[in-house]
Design a protein. Structure first.
Length: 485
């Protein structure tokens, strides 16, 4: 069956004229083109005509000695001196459609799941768009049920919040992402697998995401063997598709694994273009591009939905203060730390509650929930302070009443923080279970609940808070788990 709207959209996009130049030099992944340098700008596209008849899509990344510098989205095989360089759209756009849900696409927006061609939408979306104006954005919405007990209670996330998942390799990021993609109470998901191992893509889609999860998701894939431009564009496409679904009024969950590989791709591009390396080899554009990417997630303007962003950060050498982790943590609304020592003792997800924070959490919790979580965190902190002495048998029971109490509740709290990948948890059930574990009730929400005279805001948000939903607005009987506003 002929798709008339698709044909019409393709005809409308045919340019009135074509401009082209010629390749003057090729060095590594960098191509120099002359003849059209005054008609193009950074971020534009060119199509190189290879001698084997193939077309290689390239992006303009800079200029040098009156020549345009291009990097390819694919292999440069067949490209040589004199090859034709034809100009394409100045501002790369994509035409998404709601029919893309349930599909897997590459960084160019092309299907790679063996399914039929994708339906082309009528409205163009820029791949590198700007976030909504700050003064027009709504505040974050009500609580969002993530389906993970430890996150729902200790690191409550709101609609439109942006959180980072910081972890070293092999600590359980992908498993946690699969739980979030299946169990979060969002309308739709957009999942970006940036620089992922090729063999793990199908494992994630079929084994972790599953048929039900895929049905309400769009998955964007750029594997580690693809050129840096493809890996970087996959991250841009992930946010572009999220914006398209947000503008349609959906509550969107945007998952990206990982921001670090986006930064590494941008570093490769910058170094090839002649940028000087600064912090640990990363070029200045890496640190300017990160907030541009991450700020695109968040609350929308009136009449649209929200993009709740969860971005993984692969910390190098388990150093949570390395440059990319530090830059991302400063931009987002909270961070979830996965600890290798916790994973090594077999507790998954390996979330270190005491090192993690949700900056919007204090303002969206009720007084009871705030006191409950503060009480549980205090017990965990007391135990961890004395953990080494307890394991060595150097602590004598009765020496400190607070530590004795923490030892009493610690095994149950550890069990509470553990969760099987196949077992979802409801938001309201988490608070109820936590209150039962530490024998906490409404009568304890007065001054007595402020253990060690710490204020609730100080205990839950040492890094500061962001404006959020007013306290007490969540309706636990909301079947969607999205809460009220």
């Amino acid at each position: 069956m002929v798709n008339i709207p698709n044909i019409q959209a393709s005809v409308d996009r045919i340019p009135e004229q074509y401009l082209y130049g010629r390749v003057t030099a090729v060095q590594g992944l960098m191509v120099e083109v002359g003849g059209v340098q005054r008609a193009i700008s950074v971020g534009g596209r060119c199509h190189l005509q290879a001698r084997n008849g193939k077309k290689v899509i390239c992006e303009i990344v800079g200029f040098r000695d009156d020549r345009a510098l291009l990097m390819p989205f694919g292999s440069l095989d067949g490209v040589g001196i004199g090859s034709k360089a034809e100009l394409a759209d100045a501002a790369p756009v994509i035409y998404p459609d709601a029919a893309w849900l349930g599909r897997v696409v590459n960084a160019m927006g092309e299907p790679i799941d063996g399914g039929p061609p994708l339906t082309t939408g009528r409205v163009p979306y820029l791949l590198r768009s700007s976030p909504p104006p700050a003064h027009q954005r709504r505040r974050v919405g009500g609580k969002l049920d993530l389906g993970v007990q430890a996150l729902n209670t200790f690191l409550t996330c709101c609609q439109g919040q942006r959180m980072g998942i910081f972890a070293g390799s092999g600590v359980g990021k992908s498993v946690l992402l699969s739980m979030l993609s299946r169990y979060t109470a969002s309308d739709v998901n957009v999942i970006g697998l940036i620089g992922e191992r090729g063999r793990e893509v199908q494992e994630f889609i079929e084994g972790n995401l599953g048929e039900e999860g895929l049905r309400r998701s769009i998955v964007v894939v750029a594997t580690s063997d693809e050129p840096p431009l493809m890996r970087r564009q996959a991250a841009y496409l992930t946010l572009t598709l999220s914006e398209f679904l947000r503008d349609a009024g959906n509550e969107v969950l945007c998952l990206m694994d990982s921001v670090t590989r986006f930064a590494q791709a941008q570093r490769e591009i910058g170094l090839s273009a002649g940028e000087p390396p600064t912090s640990k080899g990363y070029t200045p554009t890496v640190f300017s591009e990160l907030p541009k990417l991450l700020e695109r997630a968040g609350p929308g303007i009136e009449g649209t939905g929200n993009i709740t962003g969860l971005f993984t950060v692969l910390v190098e050498g388990d150093d949570h203060n390395e440059p990319i982790a530090d830059a991302v943590r400063a931009t987002l609304d909270g961070h979830i730390v996965l600890d290798r020592s916790i994973a090594e003792r077999g507790r998954y997800p390996a979330i270190n509650i005491l090192k993690s924070i949700s900056r919007t959490m204090p303002d969206c919790n009720t007084e009871f929930e705030t006191a409950l979580v503060m009480r549980a965190r205090t017990l965990l902190a007391r135990y961890e302070d004395m953990a080494e002495m307890i394991r060595l048998g150097a602590y004598r029971e009765g020496s400190d009443a607070g530590v004795d109490e923490a030892m009493k509740y610690y095994p149950a709290l550890e069990a509470f923080l553990s969760q099987s990948i196949d077992t979802p948890s409801k938001l309201e059930d988490g608070y109820r279970a936590l209150a039962e574990i530490i024998d906490f009730n409404d009568a304890e929400t007065d001054a007595d609940s402020s253990v060690d005279e710490i204020s609730a805001d100080d205990a839950l948000s040492p890094l500061g808070t962001a404006p959020a939903q007013a306290a007490g607005t969540i309706a636990f009987d909301d079947p969607t788990g999205n809460g009220g506003s």
